[in-house]
Design a protein around this ligand. Sequence first.
Ligand code: NAP
Length: 313
Amino acid sequence: MNVQNPSKVIIIGSGPAGYTAAIYAARAMLEPVLIAGTQPGGQLTITTDVENFPGFSEVIQGPWLMEQMKEQALKVGTKFIEDHISKVNFQKKPFEIIGDSGEHYYAQSIIITTGAQARWLKLKSEEKFKGFGVSACATCDGFFYKNKDVVVVGGGNSAAEEALFLTNFAKKITLIHRKSELKAEKLLQKKLFSNSKINIIWDSVIEEVIGTENPKGVTGIKIKNIKNNKITDLETHGMFVAIGHDPATEIFKGQINMDKDGYIITEPDSTKTNISGIFAAGDVKDKIYRQAVTAAGMGCMAALEAEKYLSNH
Ligand code: NAP
């Protein structure tokens, strides 16, 4: 692959959107090249049980699911490259992208599927119990907390939605926010305040997640009130951190249209970006759904749209 002989399509990122785009592009004879990034497999590689990806009646493991997607993409002819893209030039065609390896890659079309990362509190104890009572996705893990007590951390729309969603399963939800008012939309706030299962602790931050080793799991948290520095213990079975996500779009700044939060903007019901020949799919362009299955669906759309673009150019 060089500037005279560019790839038909390069996919940047190896989550469900990237692998699905690769599977569809390979089966359309586009000989896709997928560049995996620093966390091959994406967010699902740091989760454990997955029960909501259709097609599996038994609980599966996130890392296993991503291995399967990779194998499927390879089997149908995807070229897999282990590199992390650190620079892109979308101003000229073929598009040029440059890896940490120093390699320059050229492509007639590009599908961006670099995903997003949940923000974490950055506590050692939080890290220890990730996947064992600490989660950043109520839609994924809420079901495991039937009739249990959980806490949600954050004060934005995500925290409010996660808390409300958890009322479908949990016995009691405690929302913990570092301020004395929420950032979430007023309508969501109204729903939160009127739900008898939800209790809010204001002006407080998490000091520590407490749990057991065997079986590994959360049993409580230490909370600090930032107004009076008082520390209290709260018994809980799970902690959902909902303090925002960061889309992995740093390298595309100034090259492609993004919203104020850094998510790539695409045309409605499409993965087309403002640059003809560049498509974006999955969490890198989606701040609402953020599911493996919606990302995979968008990956499919991007491959179909890339195929159409290539046949028209
Ligand atoms: P967000 O709006 O950025 O809110 C993050 C919340 O977490 C804020 O309340 C913030 O506190 C708190 N926070 C941040 N860092 C923290 C830390 N280290 N410790 C404790 N608390 C911390 O994020 P989001 O709720 O994920 O929403 C992101 C975007 O997606 C927004 O534009 C939102 O409107 C959108 N969204 C929309 C929908 C919807 O339309 N249905 C659903 C979800 C998200 P402060 O208040 O103190 O800053």
